[in-house]
Design a binder for this molecule. Structure first.
Ligand code: HEC
Length: 456
């Protein structure tokens, strides 16, 4: 057999095995994209960061031999925009993100075509040079900033194989003798610990009233008198502040951990570590960034989540900005029934803008959507931030453990939450005016989606 015949035979064999999308659409080898030439470069860029030997992803995707058995699943996940995990609605709101890991339309089409064409290997000579990855144990921010200036480790906790959820709340001192500004933070649970860690929140315990967030958790003792430093959840590993922003650490400050463990059938001992990157001594960034909890339920007024069995529930709440501010990111937080969340802005002049809408929320992925320097919205004092959340407590939600349960607000994984973690950088009135002079006003757009759309 010549090469073309081999490829055709292979394509037919894969189609027969049910790996190709549809046998009748199998194209001659010359027309079909190949792994080595077309697909490997995409997988190297967009998948290998998670799908390689030694990571928690279910399989490696670094060679054709590894990828081929998954061809059908790859097409399904990629076309549904479920993989890579990036669940934002691409048809509305801001689309430029610092950490965008999604595929573009052409890449999705090419992967689908490759699978439909028989998931062919192609000429091994076309294979790009293998990517070299750092070991899993390193800090992700090391590439950008080197090793952290401070590493604070929580005390160990041993989670039994079975049992109720646990919230582990040790306190650890940050060894500082003078005030210092933070420019980036990263949290890592241990490798095994990732299996049981639902979230790991590091609140700052220090008297610093200016850092208090004015969102829903303002009265939440978990937020700590010094505000929140960082929240880790699957899919969110670090925060970096813009060159003019940061958080202040005072001498004597402590980290108050809130690490939520969920038993997984085997005993695991874990701790979290937080790596803190400081501005050089004496350097004070112009602005303070406040990690804010914008809720979809008005809990300060006694409201609570209340989700009836077999229903889709919408909640909405409003937060007025006390000063002009730049909104740095959008990170929806819900649990198993979470379906969608949006963040809109109603400006004092009445115009309404959709900032971001996550329409395919998936509990397994607490993605943090970080705007770029240019795309981060700058809003005037008095702007209302509108958070809308949707929970799907029906059988249509594959993550739903039991649609016949009534679900309320609570910390356990089987309870619900509905807030967004948002870094808010407050600026002065003058800075806002200067910014407005050089930036044309974003066109007022209303949400294309309505409640009814998401309720379907
Ligand atoms: C940020 C990490 C990450 C990235 C990037 C990523 N994946 Fe995944 N992938 C995972 C994890 C973890 C799982 C298992 C949990 C889940 O299904 O969400 C998974 C599951 C999958 C599955 C389902 C496997 C099964 O058990 O059926 C497929 C297929 C897949 N990924 C393909 C891809 C492809 C193709 C890309 C790149 C275009 C990609 N993934 C990018 C982490 C990632």
């Amino acid at each position: 057999m010549n090469k073309a015949q081999i490829s055709i035979a292979l394509g037919a064999a894969l189609a027969f095995a049910g790996l190709a999308g549809a046998a009748e659409t199998t194209k001659p080898a010359t027309a079909a994209p190949t792994y080595t030439k077309d697909i490997a470069p995409i997988f190297q860029e967009k998948c290998e960061t998670c799908h390689r030997a030694g990571t928690n992803a279910p399989m490696a995707l670094t060679t054709w031999q590894e990828a081929r058995p998954w061809a059908k699943a790859i097409k399904a996940r990629v076309v549904a925009r479920n993989m890579p995990p990036w669940h934002i609605d691409k048809s509305v709101g801001i689309q430029e993100f610092q950490n965008d890991r999604s595929l573009n339309d052409a890449q999705v089409a090419l992967i689908a075509k490759w699978v439909d064409g028989g998931a062919l290997q192609g000429d091994p000579k076309d294979m790009p040079v293998a990517k070299v990855w750092p070991s899993e144990e390193g800090w992700m921010l090391a590439k950008q900033f080197g090793e952290p200036d401070l590493i604070i480790k929580s005390d160990d906790y041993t989670m039994p194989a079975h049992g109720q959820d646990v919230w582990w709340k040790p306190m650890n001192v940050i060894p500082l003798t003078e005030p210092r500004w933070v420019r980036a933070v990263e949290i890592r649970p241990t490798k095994d610990g990732r299996l049981i860690t639902h979230h790991s929140v590091a609140a700052l315990h220090q008297e610093d009233p200016a850092a208090k967030n004015d969102g829903d958790a303002a009265d939440d003792p978990n937020a700590g008198p010094g505000g929140l430093l960082m929240e880790w959840a699957i899919g969110k590993n670090y925060d970096t502040y813009r060159p003019d922003g940061g958080k202040l650490l005072l001498p004597g400050a402590e980290i108050r951990w809130d690490i939520h463990y969920h038993a997984v059938g085997k005993q695991i001992t874990d701790h979290s570590e937080i790596g803190i990157y400081l501005y050089p001594k004496g350097e004070v960034p112009k602005h303070r960034t406040v990690l804010t909890n914008f809720g979809a339920v008005n809990r300060t007024n006694g409201g609570s989540l209340d989700i009836a069995p077999n229903s889709v529930k919408m909640n909405q709440n409003f937060h007025v900005l006390k000063a002009p501010a730049r909104i740095e990111n959008f990170q929806p937080h819900m649990h198993l029934r979470g379906k969608a969340m949006s963040m809109e802005a109603i400006l004092p002049d009445g115009t309404r803008q959709m900032l971001s809408h996550v329409d395919k929320f998936n509990f397994n992925w607490m993605n943090n959507y970080i705007y770029t320097d240019e795309s981060a919205p700058v809003l005037p004092k008095g702007t209302t931030i509108v958070i809308t959340s949707w929970h799907d407590n029906t059988v249509a939600n594959p993550n739903n453990p039991d649609p016949d349960q009534w679900v309320g607000q609570g910390d356990r994984t089987v309870d619900e939450m509905s807030h967004a973690w948002v870094n808010v950088t407050y600026i002065s009135e003058q800075e806002y005016q200067d910014w407005a002079k050089t930036h044309k006003k974003p066109s007022p757009m209303t949400s294309r989606r309505t409640t009814a759309d998401n309720n379907q």
